[in-house]
Design a protein around this ligand. Structure first.
Ligand SMILES: Cc1cc2nc3c(=O)[nH]c(=O)nc-3n(C[C@H](O)[C@H](O)[C@H](O)COP(=O)(O)OP(=O)(O)OC[C@H]3O[C@@H](n4cnc5c(N)ncnc54)[C@H](O)[C@@H]3O)c2cc1C
Length: 432
């Protein structure tokens, strides 16, 4: 590691800097002035203190999977959490994981224990610290909501370098600021995550619907009956069909006919059975090439807009690539357990995530699509939706005010308290 003027643990090595100059989205490049890869929490505190003293901007980086340049900085330092990856199973249905741990590592550590996090994301490589600073949804969200509602306690290094434990009863303001706080108030260095019991095997069905209204009725029915353990859907606009992916975890016997009884799908595309209950719902790394551009957007929509969204009058088939080069997906999400005030979502007992995820190999096309997705945001927000801040949203002041509403003032107050020197100031974020 080449360390020059910035002190221990902070490197000016051109290769290290170049490796952190782009993100998964591939739409933005920024060259950091230096890179820090702390080996433990003490080093995190030390680096944050020095950055605060010198008023240097610190961009936090987990796996670099963001799509809007959130983990990038021009001239500031990138603090990469890659070495904060310790995972430990605790008594009482909890796992303790450092902020840079990947969700796939947690699944590996829990192998054989018949337990998994209540909500798992669909990609092994994204990190705990990031999804807890965004929200974190997955195929069990119809039961358990978002990951931010399923943590007991966090350890955070604030913008002054202080190392603080927080929970719903201890330092509750910090706990509320960092969950869904986009890394603007501190670095999540450790999380105590709730687990659930899982079945020995998973049986997954892919059901094709050509009638969108019938799909919506079935979707509502199976959620209402709590029939499936895993649930998501994909709309294929070019073929005018929806695929419902539904999974059942089981121990001994399983009855296909009973699981699918009364549903009005056109055909079963596949039935898969596996003992890999944890990794089964996760996409494989090789699906995503670093040479593509990913101008992805996600929104949370009021449940009652499901049929309107499925009709997608705004979606032009000519510019959204045909599946599998685009994934237009839906996760049903229960809202009751979501208690993080800075995670903005529609009211109501249930909502759904709607995402348009396209892979493009031409920058110009990707840029054009990003512009159209911004226009679509206006329509979806007009229907009562909220943007998921995991990708880039390109919001200005007015849109942020609309997004956060009365919570904005509270968040600005927390920013002054927890990051007074604004070292975690994210470009385009409204709290500074
Ligand atoms: C292939 C793919 C699949 C995805 N699947 C899902 C999914 O199933 N469910 C879902 O909810 N999201 C999903 N996402 C979105 C994902 O949550 C975000 O893209 C996220 O940015 C990826 O995590 P990362 O660790 O790579 O973050 P990075 O890009 O490294 O970090 C982005 C920002 O997160 C914040 N951050 C990172 N680590 C910390 C920390 N320790 N403490 C505080 N703030 C931190 C910082 O602001 C940082 O700049 C997916 C993204 C991709 C690319």
């Amino acid at each position: 590691m080449i360390e020059q003027g910035f002190g221990p643990g902070v490197s000016e090595d051109p290769e290290e800097r170049k490796a952190r100059s782009s993100d998964f989205g591939g739409m933005t490049t920024k060259m950091p002035g230096a890179v820090a890869t702390p080996k433990n929490v003490e080093e995190v505190s030390d680096i944050v203190r020095r950055a605060a003293q010198d008023e240097v901007r610190l961009a936090i980086r987990g796996g670099g999977h963001s799509q809007g340049g959130q983990s990038l900085t021009d001239r500031g330092w990138v603090l990469d959490t890659m070495h904060l990856n310790r995972v430990q199973l605790l008594e009482g249905g909890l796992v303790r994981a450092q902020g840079g741990s990947q969700w796939g590592t947690i699944v590996d550590v829990l192998r054989g224990t018949r337990q998994l996090p209540r909500v798992l994301v669909d990609t092994a490589e994204v990190t705990v610290g990031r999804t807890l600073s965004a929200g974190g949804m997955g195929t069990t969200s119809h039961r358990y909501g978002m990951q931010i509602g399923q943590v007991e306690q966090l350890e955070v290094v604030t913008g002054t370098g202080e190392r603080v434990r927080c929970s719903r009863t201890e330092n509750a303001n910090l706990f509320d600021a960092v969950r869904g706080g986009q890394g603007q108030f501190g670095i999540i260095t450790e999380a105590w995550i709730r687990l659930r019991k899982v079945g020995e095997r998973l049986r997954q069905y892919e059901l094709r619907y050509r009638d969108f209204d019938r799909f919506a009725s079935d979707f509502e029915q199976v959620i209402g009956e709590d029939r499936f353990d895993r649930l998501r859907a994909e709309t294929r606009v070019h073929d005018h069909e929806i695929i419902m992916s539904a999974g059942v975890e089981y121990d001994e016997d399983h009855d296909d006919a009973k699981a699918l009884e009364g549903l009005g799908y056109d055909e079963i595309i596949s039935t898969r059975d596996t003992a890999e209950v944890g990794h089964a719902g996760m996409y494989l790394r090789w699906l995503f090439s670093r040479r593509h551009y990913y101008p992805w957007r996600d929104w949370f929509m009021p449940w009652e807009t499901l049929r309107t969204v499925l009709d997608q009058p705004w979606l032009d088939r000519d510019w959204v690539p045909r599946s599998p080069a685009s994934w237009i997906g839906i996760y049903p999400i229960k809202t009751r357990a979501i208690d993080a005030p800075l995670f903005m979502h529609p009211k109501g007992e249930r909502m759904f995530s709607y995402h348009i995820l396209a892979f493009l190999n031409q920058y110009e096309r990707a840029h054009e699509l990003a512009g159209r997705l911004k226009d679509i945001t206006g329509t979806l927000v007009g229907l009562g939706g909220k943007s998921y801040l995991s990708g880039g949203v390109g919001y200005g002041r007015k849109e942020w005010e609309e997004h956060y509403g009365e919570k904005l003032e509270m968040a600005i107050g927390w920013k002054r308290e927890f990051d007074p020197k604004q070292i975690f100031r994210g470009e385009g974020m409204p709290f500074g």
